[in-house]
Design a protein around this ligand. Structure first.
Ligand code: SF4
Length: 370
């Protein structure tokens, strides 16, 4: 047990009193509907609260129940998720909803093992849903609470090591009160997000210990180590990547609108399930070789032969550790020679229909230029 009983009593009392006064109003607070709690927890993974708010409200308005989500087409689910990134989360949410309907008659299970068997739900998410929606005495450990517990304990080891995880989960379990566990877990996360903050560049958002309700109980603060704990993770090495996207147009009969070629990314690819304009990695081709690369790669992806045209846009964006420069080219359809080597699902789409297709964020930007 990392804390003694007097410490625990004090900690719970102070944290609860602080949360009663300082809890932010967020669209998913105040609900105990496990579906809404689950949705918010999945959306909040790797994503800021302010970004999630409108997505959460829109998603819930369109698909208000587990059953509605299970019955929705994947295209609608991904379209509602479009722009949030990490699309695997949306696909797993969808699969899990179908599993809940098939196995649990549409009711979110309250058995921890059953919850963790659902796609996309690990120990943290299960603990959050079960404590918030069902008031089960389940611990949680996520980015905010890792920081809080590391500092409370003055733990200066690697938080991702197995020893670190063991200690931090034990702390998360030890602090749990006997009642109102969900509210208490939310208070812990709120403390980490709003007070016991992550230092950013130049220390602009270092922990606000002077405003912290549990400062008197914090070992890092007592030792003046709050700015050094938790130990920073090694910085990811960014990799520059050059890619090309091709806007392939196919003229319609006179008086009818033309169409553009979309592909759907298959399972296992970065944007699995999303639609996109044909795109591929460049291999340092010189200017004179670019047209050849466009023809070869569009044919490889789709079986379509094109007549390449002008470069019309360069987009810069980041995906995980990749910094991508995307050069965008126009092209005209020439012929179709059967499936390309990659056999990607493809569709000719009228410009006005593009809004119905879930696209990658750069795909959406390109769609705005069609
Ligand atoms: S005293 Fe500072 S470091 Fe300790 S828990 Fe509070 S905000 Fe975090």
């Amino acid at each position: 047990m990392p804390f003694d009983s007097a410490w625990l009593r004090n900690f719970r009392r102070k944290l609860r009193a602080w949360y009663d006064r300082h809890a932010r109003e967020l669209p998913w607070r105040g609900t105990r509907d496990p579906y809404a709690v689950w949705l918010s927890e999945i959306m909040l993974q790797q994503t800021q609260v302010e970004t999630v708010k409108p997505y959460f409200e829109r998603f819930l308005a369109a698909l208000p129940t587990i059953r509605a989500l299970a019955e929705a087409e994947e295209r609608q689910v991904l379209r509602l998720w479009e722009g949030l990134g990490y699309y695997r989360r949306a696909r797993q949410l969808h699969q899990a909803a179908r599993q809940i309907v098939a196995v649990h008659d549409g009711r979110f299970p309250c058995d921890p093992q059953a919850v963790q068997r659902l796609p996309g739900i690990g120990r943290y998410t299960a603990g959050a849903i079960l404590s918030i929606a069902f008031d089960q005495r389940q611990p949680i450990l996520e980015a905010n609470t890792v920081r809080v517990f590391s500092r409370l304990l003055a733990y200066d080891g690697q938080t991702t090591s197995s020893a670190g995880q063991k200690l931090l989960w034990a702390a998360a379990e030890a602090v749990l009160p006997a009642r109102e566990v969900g509210r208490f877990n939310q208070a812990l996360m709120e403390l980490g997000s709003e007070v016991c903050r992550r230092p950013r560049a130049h220390g602009a958002r270092a922990p606000a210990c002077e405003a912290c309700p549990v400062a008197g109980l914090c070992h890092a603060r007592q030792r003046g180590l709050q700015g050094e704990i938790p130990r920073p993770k090694p910085r990811p090495q960014f990799e520059d990547v050059a890619e090309a996207a091709v806007l392939v147009r196919r003229r319609g009969a006179p008086g009818t609108p033309g169409r553009v070629l979309l592909i759907q990314w298959p399972e296992g690819r970065r944007w699995a399930g999303l639609w996109d304009f044909p795109r591929f990695a460049l291999k340092g081709e010189k200017e004179a070789e670019i047209h050849r690369a466009l023809v070869d790669n569009v044919r490889r992806l789709t079986g379509v032969t094109i007549s390449p045209g002008e470069h019309f846009k360069t987009l810069h964006h980041g995906v995980t550790r990749f910094r991508i420069t995307l050069d965008c080219y126009e092209a005209e359809y020439v012929s179709h020679n059967g499936g390309g080597a990659e056999q990607l699902v493809q569709k000719w789409v009228r410009p006005a229909e593009l809004e119905h297709y879930p696209l990658s964020s750069t795909g959406r930007k390109l769609a705005g230029l069609v």
